[in-house]
Structures are given as structure tokens and as C-alpha cells.
Write a protein that binds this ligand. Sequence first.
Ligand code: NOJ
Length: 712
Amino acid sequence: MEIKEPGETDLHKLLRQMTLEEKVGQLNLLHGAVDADHTAIRTGAVTGYLLGPPRWEKDQAFSWAAQTNALQRIAVEESRLGIPLIFSRDVIHGHRTVFPIPLGQAASFNPELVRECAEIAAREASAQGVHWNYSPMVDIGRDPRWGRVAEGYGEDPYLCSRMAEALVRGYQGADLSSPERIAACVKHFAAYGAPLGGRDYDSVEVSERTLREVYLPPFQAAVRAGAASVMAALHDLNGVPMSINHALLHGVLRTEWGFTGLVVSDWGAVADLLKHRVAGDEAQAAVLALQAGIEMDMVSGLYNKHLVELVRDGTVSLELIDSAVLGVLTLKKKLGLFEHPYVDPEREKTQLLTPANREHARRMAQQSCVLLQNKNSLLPLARDIRSVAVVGPFAESKAELLGTWTLDGQAEDVTSIIEGIRETVSQQTRVIGGGMHPESAVAMAQEADAVIAVLGEHPTRSGEAATFSNIGLPPGQLEMLSQIAQFEIPVVCVVLAGRALAIEPLRRFADAVLYCFHPGIEGGRALADIIFGTVSPSAKLPVTLPRAPGQIPIYYSQRSTGRPPERTARYTTKAIDIPSTPLYPFGWGLSYAQFSYSNLRISPELATDGQSIIVLATITNTSPSPGTETVQLYIRDEVRSTAPPQWELKRFLRIELAAGASSEVAFELASADLGFWQHGSSWRTEPGLFTLRVGPDSQGGITGQFKLLEQN
Ligand code: NOJ
């Protein structure tokens, strides 16, 4: 029997048995498992596979569970050391049960529901052999030209951080080795959401302060919540490609935050270093990435091609390889793969798309759809309305409701909006539908008592590599609406989107506007639930809606400038051809109920550093219908040594209130919530006056103040 050295774990022992080639193989993630040459598995030259959508998937008999088990069997039974493979996939907003896109989930301001959805995604994906998920994407998105804003949780670091934690907990649970859990991979580290001109993959120039205050907090929140892995982004940050950004990958992630999980490159990013022109050849690219902290190479193959030689010639140390290999083996161990390498094939047959999962998708979609305006309380419509026309390019859509990044969602699982409406209205109601083309839509609208126009953007206009310079409504939609408007029939516009679109012109033609991020498989029913009042809308905008593309970037927490915008004063911070306010602010969203805010109490009003601040407010439902309000708490540091943001979201809470009911909400703020980044060093707070606002969005509400006292 082999004697273990003191402090040696099973993994160290395994490491000692591995050849250099096998070690390097553990750092090599490939794509296209089904096509794979199984020699790579048998010889230990591959650590696992990124499961892409193979053509076999369309074959009804295809089983991911059987497929991954078959490959796993080769690794476990036929490779020299039997190290299990890891299978990864992008399960971005649900697996077979597709939930609203992440931006829509953020609109719920409901981290608990988001966590439950992630848990369902984990259960479904793991049933098909997935161990490792490239989610959550926690990149702050403040430029809606960038198509990947759809995959993130909006413009605000606090909201995004709460969502990041919820997703990590939802995927991983308390015990990652449970067969129904998958490892999270928080991405794309870091500041990937701020590319020049919104062009995907372009360079990012952000100051240290903005990086610390805006872009990094959601990553830190995910790490604190226990994220098992981090993906480095594809871009260069202030000139340093993230795949070789030692300062962030080591200095911040490992040293400051104490992250002990795995760091993986993004797709082909190690090879991209040649195109970034920071590496002169492939071998140099591999060395630079490994030395900077990229432990696993996603599909470029350069680690596998060069690292053995580079260790042999002394360029790369064996310690560096061993440490990266231990990172990979540790993740496999945490996932329980050494003990349970196979997935139970029965789960795939019973755990996907269950009625309970669909019910979650419906609730999530109900809570992700924002009511922007509701003139004359047009909504909700009566279920026994005589006739309603459901028109527009997405009235009958199925696949389009799924949104971007849905590898496993299927059009046949989706309830279209017109189907959802048909299921909901009374038997006597005539649903005039299918007006996909403008002429027929206009003709149909004429015959109806109300029109529901389903507009917006196709999901392929959002997501990866889907930068759009013109973020207005696609051509033809406004023209169709203007023709419908001439009949003076009430018009409800449902806008489907993967981003903040510039929809100002639409408001002229619409009585009610529901802004709905691509809502997933139950989107049709959820929208019908809202339109006909089964539920009251409760979502709030996780992004600012601009009036026009030229206003970008526009977000609520912009810093205070020396010349705050003033409409009538020329030399102030604004464009002269457009108001400086957004079309709708961050946090905005109406309900069928109305809420009033009163009785704000802050205690203590004179606080010492380290003391908690308790904020109480009373929210009253002043309407005859029940509703849910998301109460938002913002702060503003009145004077400090660096220009502060105008307002910063610090807490939020969803509360349900019956007609006429009141409730007191309580928030607790810690000193850390009052801090800002002091250039080159750390977080600090400065004594002085703070204003607090509790309200329904980032502009309204009631205010009060407290003072942070000087330290003795
Ligand atoms: C590239 C994308 O940037 C990343 O988000 C994704 O996880 C990988 N491809 C793997 O599909």
C-alpha cells in the first residue's frame, strides 16, 4: 500500500501518479464531444467537453445522458488513471424549461424566484449529463448597443450582485456533489460589458474607480456566494487582454478575494492573444495565459499543443502546471465525479419540462414584464371583451419568445402570445389573430374592440456578437402602429426585447405599453395573465430606457458633474437636441394598484462609522386592487472627496399589498454601503451628510437624511 505524505490529499496522490502529458490533458477542454476522437479520452489528453448543439439533437432518440455516460465510461474504464470527464454547457436562462432572458429575470427584482429557476435549470441540465454551467454572466450592461446586455442583469451593481448570488446558490446548492447540482461559472471577468461603441469583444477602457465600484462588485458577490469557477473575458481591459491579466486574475480574484475555485479561459481566448498582438506565437500565448492564472484552456488546444514541451525546456514550471491541474481535479472532486461519474438515465425522462417547472417559468415571466404606461387604466382588459385583435410580427411566435442563448429550448414547448390570450378570454370573445403582416394587421385591428400589437426585436438581434447601432424598433413596426392608431381603438403594445430599445415614437400610438424581455416558454400565458388581470404587473426596469440611441450611455447613477443639466442653461451637461432625462428611468414599472410612500424614519440620524442605519417607511396600496410593489432604497453622499454618483441603489424589497393595505418596510444599511473606492488602495467612507430615498423607482419617493460623524 502506498504511504501518503503528511498533508497529502487523494488528489495530491493522484497528481503524483500522473505523467506530464496527462497533467496537461486535464487543462484541455474540447468542444464537440459526439464527434470526438476517443483516443484523446483514452490517453487522458482531454479534461472534458463543452457540449455544443450537435446535429443528433434533432433526432428524437438522441439522449444526452446516454451520450455523456458513454464518453464517461471510456474515461473511467479505459484511460490509465480513470479520471472522469467534466461536461460543460451554456445553460443561460433555463435548460429545457426556458425562463425569461436574464435581463427579464433581473426585472423581477426577485432574487429568490431567480434562485429557484436556477435550481430548476440545474436539475434539468444535470439530468442530461451537464456538470458545469457557463452562467451567471454578471457583466454590468450600460450600453444597449451591446447585444449581450440580454444575458446580464442590467446596469446596476447592487441589483446584479444580488442576482449573481441567487444564481450561484440556485445552481450549486449547499452540496455541489449532489447529482442535481451543477457548478456555476461566473463570467466574463471583468468589465466585458463596456466595449467601445458597444461592439462585442472590443477594447474596454474603464478607470480603476469605475472598475471597483461598478464592474467588480457582482463578481465578488458571486465569489462570496461560493461560485466554483470564473471565466476570464475575451477583451482587453485598459490594454491588457483579460486572459493575461495577472493583476485581476491573481491580485484581485485570488489574493484580495480569496477565490480558490477554477479559472477558465473563454472560447479560444488563449489563441486570440496572437490577434491581440500580445503574443508572437502560440507557445508564448500558452505561457502568458497560464502564468496570468488561466488554468483551463477552453478549446484553443494551445495548452495541449505546447505546455509539455515548455515544461521540458524549462520555460514553464511544473509547480504552475500542478497547481492548475489541482484546480481542475478539485472541481471534479467537488462535483462528486470521482464517486459518481455517471448520470442516472431515468432522470432525463422524468425531470425535464415538468408542470412544476413550467409553473415557475410562468411566474418568472409574469414578474419580468414591465408595465411602462397605462393611459386611462386601459389594462387590464376585461376577459369578456367582445373582440380583440392580436397582431404584429410576434403575435403568433413561438421560437422567438425563447430569446437568445437557448440551446435546449424548443419552439414546440412554447405557448405563443395569441394562444395564451385564447386560453384566457371568455368563450364569447372573438380573438382576431395572425396579423403578422402590416396590411392584414391593420385590417384586423379595424374589426376589434382592442388591439394587442406584439412588436419589438427578434432574439437574434441580441446576445453574443449582436451589436446593433440602431436600437430603435425594427423597420415597419411604427408605420403599422400609426395606421392602426387612426381607428381610435385602444392599443396595447407588447414590446419584446433583448435590450433597452429606444421606443419613444411608439408611445404616441399606444395606450398601454408592456415592455417584455424575451419571456421564455410560458411568456404567452404570462402576458395573457397580465393583460387580462389574473396578475398585476410587478416588474421594474433593470436598465434605463433611452429616448434615442444618441443618449447612450445613460444610466441613473451617473456621477454628479460640475455643470448639472439644466434645460435652459446652455453650458450644462446635456445634448442640446434632446431632454437630458431618460424615456423611463431605472427601477420604473407600474402596477394595476397604486402605492403611496410615507413616514420615512432613519435611525440614528447621527451615526458613527460601523453603526448600522435603520430605515423605515410605510407603503400603502391606495387602490381598490391588490398589487406587488418593489420598494427601492437609494442613497446619495452629499459631499465627498471624489464626485459621487447621483444616486445609488442599496436595497430593495418586493411586498404584496391587498387593496387599501399598508405595510412598514425596514432596511438596514451597513457602513460598507456608504463607501467608495479610494484610488489605488481600498474602500473608504467619509463623514458627512447622506440623503436617502425610498421610492418606487430611481427618481421618485420620499427622502430623509442622516449624518455620518467624524471618527474620534
Ligand atoms: C463564448 C462566450 O463568450 C461565453 O459566454 C460562452 O460561455 C462560451 N463561448 C462557451 O460557449
